[in-house]
Design a protein around this ligand. Structure first.
Ligand SMILES: Cc1ncc(COP(=O)(O)O)c(C=O)c1O
Length: 390
């Protein structure tokens, strides 16, 4: 009866079962996987969302790409990053995940392929599959810093490749994609009519000074059809407000053809609410305070992690240039699954195992840098003491 877009329901794995049992037992827990900024103790002014009640939203006057005022407000966000994008080339969506779905519908037929980074955010398999496409990995490699392995991109290309996806900075490696890497990617994509999709949701969060400035931005180029993605969920810490966007750039002729088709797709759904469009500019201005708090918090927790790990020589913090996550390489004394279940049961701390993100080998732990500093420091101390030699 049901489509195969949704994977057959899988039984929860051992880690998920252990976590559910821990929570059900009411045991204490330090959650170093927290990705939801609204649960991480930031100061959200009580009236922050007041602009959503603007009476202008009482009138419904839909446009497939959203109101020009809201798109202009998003264009100003790009200007803040030194990028000039015409509001007419900005498409509003309900979230970044929604933007992915619009783009897969635009670019891929059933069975087509999208190149995705590995390691990366585990949602891509799922999102491509829901649109009948499939994700093919290319590799990011670590040697003191992460680089995009262009040879692995070449190997992953097939006649069915329709898009190459980059995440900059990436979740969880924290690596920005450099200008030279985008050059390499564009040189391989443009001649084959492959578009680049650049997920830049964490672009505001720099962990290592100067790294955001050195990053490449697809929106600055005209040689390859590109789609840059952003949204409220990360840029101002408001995932519940549901506003994302796509900035379309590249050769004019291709941009125009893409926009014509996107208009048909977006018109079929009209997924973005009027109140959020009316409030967009105001919320982007008010949200700067939340962004600032998050940026300071993730930097401070990253620095703390580096200094705490210095006293545990068996553990290494991988360089993370930006974003909300950090990666800890730890000795492989047991499987990652045994390790994370052990940390949960004996230390009351939850971290993500590297295999969730498809790291090439074990053992890596991924931690969120969002938790309040005291809880973060306590959680990290519990993780590290497992590897400290007496
Ligand atoms: C790299 C990346 N892209 C997109 C998203 C989803 O963002 P949204 O809430 O706008 O759908 C996430 C969420 O964690 C993410 O890590």
């Amino acid at each position: 009866m049901f489509s195969t877009r949704v994977t057959a329901l899988l039984a929860p794995n051992r880690f998920a079962r252990a976590l559910a049992a821990h929570r059900a037992g009411g045991r204490p827990l330090i959650d170093l996987t927290e990705s939801n900024p609204t649960r991480a103790g930031f100061d959200y002014p009580r009236d922050l969302l007041a602009p959503l009640a603007d009476a202008r939203a009482l009138r419904y006057d839909p446009h497939p790409f959203g109101s020009i005022d809201a798109r202009t407000a998003v264009a100003k966000e790009y200007a803040r990053h030194g990028l000039t994008i015409a509001p007419q080339r900005i498409v509003l969506t309900a979230s970044t995940s929604d933007a992915y779905s619009m783009l897969f519908k635009l670019l891929a037929d059933a069975g087509d392929e999208v190149l995705v980074p590995r390691p990366s955010y585990p949602l891509f398999d799922h999102l491509t599959r829901l649109d009948l496409a499939s994700a093919r990995p290319y590799d990011l490699e670590y040697h003191g810093t992460w680089t995009l392995d262009l040879a692995s991109v070449e190997r992953a290309l097939t006649p069915r490749t329709r898009a190459a996806l980059i995440v900059s900075p990436n979740n969880p490696t924290g690596s920005f994609v450099s200008r030279a890497e985008i050059d390499g990617l564009a040189a391989r994509c443009a001649p084959r009519a492959i578009a680049i999709i650049a997920d830049e949701v964490f672009a505001d969060y720099e962990l290592e000074e100067g790294s955001a400035g050195r990053a490449g931005r697809v929106s600055a180029r005209r040689d390859v059809l590109s789609f840059a993605l952003g949204g409220f969920s990360k840029s101002i810490g408001l995932p519940q407000v549901k506003l994302g966007w796509i900035a379309v750039t590249g050769p004019d002729r291709l941009v125009e053809s893409a926009l014509e088709r996107l208009e048909v797709i977006c018109d079929a759904y009209l997924a973005v609410s009027t109140p959020v469009q009316v409030a967009a500019e105001d919320l982007l201005n008010r949200g700067a305070g939340i962004r600032h708090q998050i940026a300071e918090r993730v930097k401070a927790n990253y620095r703390h992690l580096q200094s705490a790990a210095a006293s545990a020589p068996a553990c290494t913090v991988l360089r993370s240039d930006g974003g909300w996550y950090a990666v800890l390489q730890v000795p492989s004394l047991e499987s990652e699954e045994d390790l994370v279940v052990g940390l949960l049961q004996s230390e009351n701390v939850v971290v993500h195992p590297g295999y969730f993100f498809d790291f090439a080998r074990e053992s890596f732990l991924v931690v969120s840098l969002l938790p309040p500093p005291a809880a973060f420091a306590d959680g990290i101390a519990r993780v590290l003491r497992r590897f400290r030699t007496p």
